[in-house]
Design a binder for this molecule. Structure first.
Ligand code: PHE
Length: 429
């Protein structure tokens, strides 16, 4: 992922979820109010894409397709592929790697903080722009607010892009210790570790002045020390006796902010992002004079290493050869690939226009090929004398479950080319 220079308030952050909220993965920082991706029927629905149900229920809230996918509304950029994931709640399946991981983290908090943490895993992913951004102090010009990075249902409503969206309301409801697990949604490029829907767990813990008064530390230092102790314990609970390090970073809602990394399988792996909650958030939500710590971790990222799962699309598989390998309470059982099907690469070159972004391209490709697309990668890029810029992308098609036929792939590629022409207004070369 490209690292771009950023405004000081949005300094580059390294990733701890499958994609960091506050690092600039997008090429364009402008608000792109155009609808690049229509939910109009895809020319050929890839085999394996299930027909979309017309309504689902999450946490007692009924969500109909029309509530989320609004083809004619220029302030909406939610495609059917995304609507089809709402309500699946992989993290609530006890036999699924994400559910197993969630429960193992619950066990850690239950054992070390018995009865203290309230758990939420069924909060509706449709939230207001205020909840997702304003309430956690995300600056008004921050890149994560752009239509290129976030799924907007309308100008005031988004599919949450992080579980931090629930911090303020839970605080206001009187909760002081909580864990929030949920599906989160981000527009992004395509490769084996990125998927536009993934799962996070948020932790939050408030301290009152009497808790740190005798410690010889100020509130912030006390919360930071408690945070580090708690999360080092969690990392050992999940990974065993590993080497760890703390890396300073930036989030709009915490200060100081850190990432925890562990040395695992010969590499440093970011496990989570965290920090001491900004006073302003506590003050606005009824906890003036208190301090708090917060963390957010990406469940897929951890599950991929703990269970040896090589591709993020597998989490969504209903194939028995995947699902039957995991069972409740068994963290870290190594996944055995049922077979490795060959990838097929197709290149396409086109002249881009000013509105072009890689995220839009990826959405178009995903709209046609669904989970049969493994990677979309820029392999060549030049600007001619007239100032026209050409991009060449290599698309890798590969099923996790079966071999694809040449005919099928050629068809997909043909449809992708048409869609790139129609929807992105790119001129194919
Ligand atoms: N919400 C952050 C993200 O998604 C993670 C985070 C949560 C960081 C809480 C600090 C505290 O990138």
């Amino acid at each position: 992922m490209a690292t771009l220079p950023m405004a000081p308030h949005a300094a580059a952050i390294s990733s701890f979820t499958t994609r960091p909220l506050y690092s600039p993965s997008s090429r364009s920082h402008r608000l792109l109010l155009a609808r690049f991706f229509s939910a109009a029927p895809a020319p050929a629905l890839a085999k394996g894409l299930r027909a979309t149900a017309s309504a689902v229920e999450v946490g007692g809230v009924k969500i109909a397709r029309e509530d989320v996918v609004k083809e004619d509304d220029p302030t909406n950029n939610v495609p059917d592929t995304i609507f089809s994931k709402i309500g699946l709640q992989l993290h609530r399946r006890d036999n699924h790697p994400l559910g197993i991981l969630k429960n193992t983290i619950y066990d850690y908090f239950d054992k070390n903080f018995t009865g203290q943490f309230d758990k939420f895993d069924d909060l509706c992913p449709l939230v207001s722009v205020k909840q997702n951004f304003d309430d956690v102090l995300v600056p008004s010009d921050h890149v994560s607010r752009s239509y290129n990075d976030t799924y907007y249902v309308d100008g005031q409503t988004v599919l949450r892009c992080h579980t931090s969206a629930h911090q303020a309301e839970l605080l206001r409801d009187g909760h002081t210790h909580f864990l929030v697990t949920g599906d989160v949604y981000r527009r992004d490029s395509i490769d084996s570790t990125h998927y536009p829907v993934f799962h996070q767990m948020e932790g939050f813990c408030v301290f009152s002045p009497d808790e740190w008064s005798g410690s010889g530390m100020d509130g912030t230092a006390y919360a930071a020390a408690e945070l580090k102790k708690t999360l080092e314990g969690l990392a050992r609970h999940l990974f065993g006796a590993v080497e760890m390090r703390w890396v300073d970073t930036y989030f709009p809602f915490t200060n100081p902010s850190f990432e925890l990394e562990i040395y695992f399988q010969d590499d440093w792996l970011e496990v989570l992002g965290c920090g001491v909650t900004e006073q302003e958030i506590l003050k606005r939500n009824g906890r003036r004079d208190h301090v708090a710590w917060a963390f957010g971790l990406g469940l897929e990222r951890l599950a991929m290493v703990l269970f040896d799962i090589p591709d993020i699309r597998l989490f969504w598989s209903n194939d028995k050869r995947f699902t039957s390998q995991f069972s409740e309470g068994k963290l870290g059982v190594k996944f055995k690939p049922f077979s490795k099907f060959p990838p097929c690469y197709k290149d396409m070159s086109f002249w881009i226009n000013d509105a072009f972004t890689e995220n839009n391209l990826c959405e178009v490709v995903r709209g046609i090929a669904g989970d049969l697309v493994e990677e979309v990668k820029l392999i060549d890029n030049f600007t001619n004398k007239k100032g026209m810029t050409s991009h060449c992308y290599r698309i890798a098609y590969r099923s996790m479950e079966r071999s694809l036929t040449d005919e099928e792939i050629n068809n997909l590629q043909l449809n992708v080319r048409e869609a790139v022409k129609d929807k992105l207004k790119a001129e194919l070369r």
